[in-house]
Design a protein around this ligand. Structure first.
Ligand code: FES
Ligand SMILES: [Fe+2]
Length: 333
């Protein structure tokens, strides 16, 4: 049995951007504790277990030669499907191949899975593949965090007053908000109707009058926060939380804003500047939370009145199919 939630263990995860791959070097990654190597092969993007079948050297230490990955120890070369295509000094390549993993390329990202019988492919929430948005991918370095705690952190409306005062929420003033929590068989969302001029810095600069903010969860471990104004979806931040190992999470963020008069590069610079600060604050909290949980051996969670997505996140990540439901409640955010 895997220690990872079922949908996570069986799900598709992003391992590299096409942009990073095109630089030509093999990329060393980890997925749920397993080292994998991602490289651009003659037949397209390839993901192999990062282990040479010959003497177990990590293939990511090698280089890409003629569309195959070359082990740095004795020079065996492997193709996209793991087949050994060259064994230097021998007439025929060795019959022993490296282990290939399934690969899907979508939206400029390489996805793979450790599932024995993979499902159709990754879930890419709107607006990742939609027209009419300026968007960019933002790969974030792995940091210590518990996987579902990291997902919940992104979607949690209760901590910004405390962790990000003045940036995401005011830190002092709260407004009445109506929250509608919808759980479906394959995702869950909380929609917060705000209808106010936000007081904190980031929403002021990026959004103008905010009508609603929405937090969504998609299994295996994807969170999305979206902000709508009177003209519709204004900004969405979708984060794929990749479980590299126990308590080691590599987030890949996708940010999209409604196309308009502001040049995309300007928006990208603004978003990165704000999010860099917020990210550092969240990462520090998540690292401390993981350390504090470790001191007790295991977590024990109280589900508070504002933790509206917590049960659905855990159910969906664990491969359960929650009964569809919808409820509305009031809170102060
Ligand atoms: S260890 Fe890879 S070729 Fe020998
Ligand atoms: Fe946060």
């Amino acid at each position: 049995m895997s220690a990872y939630p079922k949908a996570v263990a069986e799900g598709w995860h992003p391992v590299a951007t096409l942009k990073a791959l095109r630089k030509g070097k093999p990329l060393a990654r980890r997925l749920m504790g397993k080292p994998v190597v991602v490289f651009q092969s003659a037949d397209g993007p390839a993901v192999l277990l990062d282990r040479c079948p010959h003497r177990n050297m990590a293939l990511s230490r090698g280089r890409v030669r003629e569309g195959a990955i070359e082990c740095p120890y004795h020079g065996w070369r492997f193709a996209q499907d793991g087949r050994c295509v060259l064994t230097p000094g021998a007439e025929e390549p060795a019959r022993h191949g490296a282990t290939p993993l399934p690969v899907i390329e979508r939206a400029g990202i390489i996805w793979t899975t450790l599932a024995e019988r993979p499902n159709a492919g990754p879930t890419l929430p709107h607006p990742i593949e939609a027209d009419g948005f300026d968007s960019f991918w933002w790969p974030i370095k792995p940091t210590r965090a518990r996987l579902l705690d990291a997902v919940e952190n992104l979607l949690d409306p209760a901590h910004p007053h405390f962790l990000h005062p003045g940036i995401v929420r005011s830190g002092t003033a709260r407004n009445p908000v109506e929250a509608t929590v919808r759980v479906a068989h394959d995702y869950a969302e909380a929609r917060y109707i705000e209808n106010t001029q936000a007081q904190a810095l980031m929403p002021r600069v990026m959004e103008g009058k905010r009508v609603a903010s929405i937090g969504r969860f998609f299994p295996p471990s994807t969170g999305q926060v979206a902000f709508e104004n009177t003209k519709g979806l204004k900004l969405s931040i979708t984060v794929f939380f990749v479980p590299e190992a126990d308590e080691l999470v590599r987030p890949l963020a996708h940010l999209a804003t409604q196309s308009g008069v502001i040049p995309p590069i300007f928006k990208e610079i603004m978003l990165r500047a704000f999010d860099m600060v917020i990210l550092a604050q969240d990462q520090l909290a998540l690292r401390r939370q993981a350390e504090d949980i470790a001191a007790f051996g295991a977590p024990k969670y109280a589900v508070g009145p504002l933790d509206v997505l917590f049960p659905a996140i855990h159910a969906l990540a664990n491969g359960e199919t929650p009964a569809p439901s919808e409820r509305t409640l009031r809170m102060m955010l």
